[in-house]
Design a protein around this ligand. Structure first.
Ligand code: SF4
Ligand code: MG
Length: 323
């Protein structure tokens, strides 16, 4: 089976500009630095890392909201980095994004109906009565009353607004959705409802999700596979249960040691690993292994050579010299 998405050596650097008149580039933020992974149709890949690790930038670069500095994003056989204009718009209909903040991402001056219909009007897929009917269908799919179309975002709760954002993302019948921390801003009591809705829609519409989150407990339920990001790099990637039961990278081990474990047998075996120090600046990332400044196991080679992601066990990749 062809992967729906192939991300190859993707990098996104942002120039830092100094000086008001002469916009001199004085360095680069290495937000995403050489990440590679495939996605299979219908799966959910969790992309996890602390804030500032580049996971949102990765999502935005995949969807071409940011054009990559280097690397390739091949979606359903088309390299998005090589297309622009209307060709890019056509392909991009099939990839949509759900944002973290359901308060900021919906235009407060538009009705819910206008918000959901906007992508259809831009892409000329539906008009007039047809668009109205489609809006009602979408509201129904996300569990909202169809008469909400005439109301405004401020009249709704966070969970309802996220449902509106999901309805909008579904308007063009996408196949891949980048979910950028879609539940992080919601009350804990609402989070499970939104996750259940996303899973239900996935089954009904054969959707593929890249599900971005800042901790491993948030993606455990929904993901088929999980990738862990640190300082712009993917340091580990594996099937969900494999990653949670046999974490190989010292960073993943530290993150997991902070996740509460319900099973006392496993809990007893796992020691809390405290990460010392701060994440280094992505302007001056460390030489060699990006994690070496905080790694308890670091050796000389870790400062000299960047560890490649290697397949250590079947379908289980980790980037560490000592694994
Ligand atoms: Fe730690 Fe070295 Fe492995 Fe990096 S390569 S995670 S510094 S042991
Ligand atoms: Mg983010």
């Amino acid at each position: 089976d062809q992967p729906i998405l192939q991300v190859k050596n993707l990098a996104k650097y942002f120039p830092i500009r100094k000086g008001i008149i002469l916009q001199r580039t004085s360095g680069y933020v290495h937000a995403v630095d050489d990440i590679s992974f495939d996605m299979r149709r219908g799966e959910t890949l969790g992309l996890v890392g602390e804030s500032g690790c580049g996971k949102s930038t990765a999502g935005r670069t995949i969807i071409q909201l940011y054009r990559p500095t280097s690397g390739n994003v091949i979606f359903e056989g088309t390299d998005l980095t090589g297309v622009s204009g209307s060709a890019l718009r056509q392909t991009r209909r099939k990839i949509q994004m759900i944002f973290q903040d359901p308060y900021a991402s919906l235009d407060p001056r538009m009705t819910v109906g206008q918000i959901i219909a906007e992508p259809m009007l831009i892409h000329h897929t539906h008009q007039g009565e047809q668009a109205k009917r489609r809006v009602q269908e979408l509201l129904d799919m996300v569990g909202l009353a169809t008469n909400y179309a005439n109301r405004y975002p401020h009249e709704f709760s966070g969970g309802q607004r996220q449902r509106i954002g999901i309805a909008r993302a579904l308007a063009l019948d996408p196949s891949l959705i980048i979910c950028d921390e879609p539940i992080s801003a919601l009350d804990v009591s609402i989070q499970a409802q939104v996750v259940n809705l996303l899973e239900d829609l996935q089954r009904r519409m054969n959707l593929t999700y890249l599900f971005i989150a800042h901790d491993l407990s948030m993606v455990r339920h929904i993901s088929n596979r999980v990738a862990v990001m640190y300082l712009g790099h993917i340091v580990e990637l594996a099937a969900r249960d494999e990653l949670y039961e046999n974490p190989l990278h010292p960073y993943t081990q530290a993150l997991l040691s902070a996740v509460p474990i319900p099973d006392p047998k496993v809990r007893g075996k796992r020691q809390r690993i405290i990460l010392e120090g701060d994440v280094p600046s992505p302007i001056h990332p460390p030489s060699g292994c990006p994690f070496r400044t905080r790694c308890r196991l670091a050796k000389d080679i870790c400062a000299q050579v960047r560890p490649e992601n290697r397949e250590i066990r079947p379908e289980h990749y980790a980037a560490c010299h000592l694994v």
